[in-house]
Design a protein around this ligand. Structure first.
Ligand code: SIN
Ligand code: MN
Length: 206
């Protein structure tokens, strides 16, 4: 039997945010989405639509489109407005758990409906790989997959639930990861169902 050891630096903190904290976060994300509407990201070159809807908060936001591909930029691709600030509860999460001496610059907000998924990928559009990627799950459960630093490395799947935090740091910072499916109806947090994932990143180098 193949043995898969999670890369060191990978952390899963189940139930890190309790229900009240999750509700407060959802209210803050609703305010972010009111200022910076969810948009349909498209793959570089092919222009194929991703199944998640995205927005950001922070000084920089991760965006993708057919013409210019994956990148960080200080403004929303459709409204041209600066991204709203990162909510203080997420800044506190970074201070408490990221073990990195500078604050996050970007918080990507991904919204998954029942049929959305995210293919296996690395987060490598940042200049700073010394900082971890810190992620928060809200709403319906998902099946998250994590592997190694080569696409062909073995992977392991784990279920993420509302309030869970995942940290990709150390050896796992460049680990391939993705979301294979959403388990619809597993959470009552979001009125209309679905899953929100928030990922905090440090973008620029020192
Ligand atoms: C991502 O890799 O950007 C999202 C991961 C997740 O939804 O848990
Ligand atoms: Mn990612």
């Amino acid at each position: 039997m193949a043995v898969f050891v999670l890369p060191s630096g990978f952390q899963h903190l189940p139930g890190h945010f309790d229900r009240a904290a999750q509700e407060a976060l959802v209210a803050e994300i609703r305010a972010v989405v009111a200022a910076a509407p969810l948009y349909v990201p498209r793959m570089p070159r092919t222009g194929k639509e991703m199944s998640v809807r995205m927005t950001n908060c922070g000084d920089l936001g991760w965006v993708t489109d057919k013409e210019r591909g994956y990148r960080y930029q200080p403004t929303h691709p459709e409204t041209g407005a600066p991204w709203p600030p990162i909510p203080s509860s997420l800044l506190k999460l970074w201070t408490d758990d990221a073990q990195f001496d500078q604050p996050p610059q970007a918080c990507l907000v991904n919204f998954y409906d029942a049929s959305a998924k995210m293919g296996l990928h690395q987060d490598r559009d940042e200049e700073e790989f010394g900082a971890p990627v810190v992620s928060v799950s809200l709403g319906d459960d998902c099946l998250f997959r994590i592997g190694g630093t080569e696409r062909s490395d073995p992977t392991r799947s784990l279920r993420l639930s509302s309030g869970d935090v995942v940290i990709l740091g150390g050896q796992s910072r460049l680990a391939f990861h993705g979301v294979d499916r959403i388990y619809a109806g597993t959470s009552t947090l979001l009125k209309n169902g679905g899953r929100i994932n928030l990922t905090l990143r440090r973008v620029t180098g020192r």
